[in-house]
Design a protein around this ligand. Structure first.
Ligand code: IFM
Length: 465
């Protein structure tokens, strides 16, 4: 598989899933801390209070990143760690932690990609209405300002929101994720609208205030529609299915991305949601529709789709697909069709900001043989390379995840890392997949430099002639 010369190879994590040290050094509570205190909400009664204790082990974790050869590391800032009440009083110790993290990454030549919000919403702001409060967009903009002031001299890559489909859909509609609410559709859409406004205001702040030229996007939770054949009618059916909104739910591929990038909510959704649509004030859509530098998408799997006789689409359930430990089907072609369909619709370069799998990993004589993950990555990345070969501009890939970590409502029962974490001892073990990823990155870098040398030689020959 071949990738562009300047392709970015990375891995991703998020604050609540790995940091631990909840409330340490003046940090505040998030809605996830509060959900974890409610019986029966999280598998095995797990919480993120200790997690991978990355807050104390970040240096060792960055050494592991360097050992794998990562060029970029995507992590998130915990909003309540830097603003314990979500707004107002600043916790300098929290900011210092992220400043040290950035410096240590840069010392190892690893480019930091900061996600501003990966679900640990400040509990104190939740008590003031959370995303339902129209002020939430300004709270987020002020928080962005704080982070940008402190880190943008060394950080230029930004992700505003991670997966609004999840923190709004699973958190406010299905009640599975924090804050654990099952709201009516109109409230869900209002929360989503304010989150979109928060994204817009955050981008405005980054563009206006960042010291180093910023590169900005957001990360969408994407379920990809895969055509059952390469016939044009199946491809068209899959494309239509991919962006259609059929249920009164916000977990789909267009509801959040269309306003961010096209400046309007998708018609089909507006019709379906009808009277539940939130009030849209003058200027809201302009504020949401900020210039972005790339389309960030988190892709784990897809659904097969075929064309019907009346030019519509139908889902084809394939029964023989392997599944990951999450029960998600293994569908490598999602990494071919997803980037392609997104590029077609939004005309932007693509970055896979998350992709990977949960596996039943075990330590055996000090090693973790996660053959399933290697096969998964090999096939998925092969499809991504094919999409690029076919003309999709794609800039990078962030493997989810660097470390095994707190998998939200599933607690620690699902292991996504290329590094195994023993939660009792906080020991880390590089899994076989980490070695595989290391070789892939190294091979890519050496091939790229050989290509560059050949190109230079050719240039010289031309000059001499
Ligand atoms: O662990 C999550 C991550 O926080 C968001 N995207 C999906 C991952 C796997 O479920």
């Amino acid at each position: 598989m071949k990738f562009p010369e300047d392709f970015i190879w990375g891995a991703a994590t998020s604050s609540y899933q790995i940091e631990g040290a909840a409330y340490r050094d003046g940090g505040g509570r998030s809605v996830w801390d509060m959900l974890g205190r409610q019986a029966g909400r999280i598998a095995n009664g797990d919480t993120g209070e200790i997690a991978c204790d990355h807050y104390h082990h970040y240096k060792k974790d960055i050494d592991l990143m360097a050992e794998v050869g990562l060029q970029a590391y995507r992590f998130s800032i915990s909003w309540p760690r830097v603003l314990p009440d979500g707004a107002g009083k600043v916790n300098q110790q929290g900011l210092d932690f992220y400043s040290r993290l950035v410096d240590t990454l840069l010392e190892k030549n690893i480019t930091p990609w900061i996600t501003l919000f990966h679900w640990d919403f400040p509990y104190e702001l939740y008590c003031r209405g959370g995303w339902l409060n129209r002020d939430s967009a300004d709270w987020f903009a002020d928080y962005t300002q704080l982070v940008v002031d402190r880190l943008s001299d060394r950080v230029s890559h930004w992700i505003t929101l991670n997966e609004p489909q999840c923190f709004i859909g699973l958190g406010h509609q299905d009640g599975i994720h924090a804050p654990g609410m099952k709201m009516g559709v109109s409230e869900v859409l209002l929360a989503g609208h304010n989150a979109l406004r928060a994204h817009g205001k955050s981008v405005e702040v980054i563009r206006a205030q960042a010291k180093a030229a910023p590169f900005v996007g957001a990360s969408q939770a994407s379920i990809i529609s895969i055509p059952v054949s390469d016939q044009p009618h199946d491809i068209e059916a899959a494309r239509q299915h991919m962006f259609s909104i059929r249920k009164k739910h916000v977990f789909n591929n267009a509801w959040f991305s269309d306003p961010m990038i096209l400046g309007r909510y998708p018609d089909e959704g507006v019709e379906l949601f009808a009277a539940d649509m939130p009030e849209i004030f003058a200027g809201d859509l302009e504020c949401i529709n900020q210039k972005l530098d790339y389309f960030g998408t988190n892709i784990y799997s897809g659904i097969h789709v075929r064309a019907t006789a009346d030019n519509g689409f139908a889902v084809v359930v394939k029964k023989d697909l392997a599944e990951t430990a999450m029960g998600w089907p293994v569908t490598p072609e999602a990494l071919y069709w997803g980037p392609g369909f997104f590029h077609q619709r939004y005309q932007m370069p693509v970055v896979i900001t998350e992709s990977g799998m949960a596996n039943d990993d075990r330590v055996n004589n000090g090693m973790v043989h996660d053959r399933e993950r290697i096969e998964f990555l090999d096939k998925y990345l092969g499809e991504y390379a094919r999409a690029i070969e076919d003309g999709v501009p794609a800039l990078g890939y962030f493997l989810w995840s660097l470390l095994d970590n707190f998998e939200w409502a599933e607690g620690y029962s699902k292991r996504f890392g290329i590094v195994y974490v023993d939660y009792e001892t906080q020991q880390r073990v590089l899994k076989d997949s980490a070695g595989w990823y290391k070789n892939l990155i190294a091979r890519h870098i050496s091939e790229s430099s050989q290509d560059a040398e050949t190109a230079t030689d050719k240039n010289h020959t031309v000059e001499c002639v």
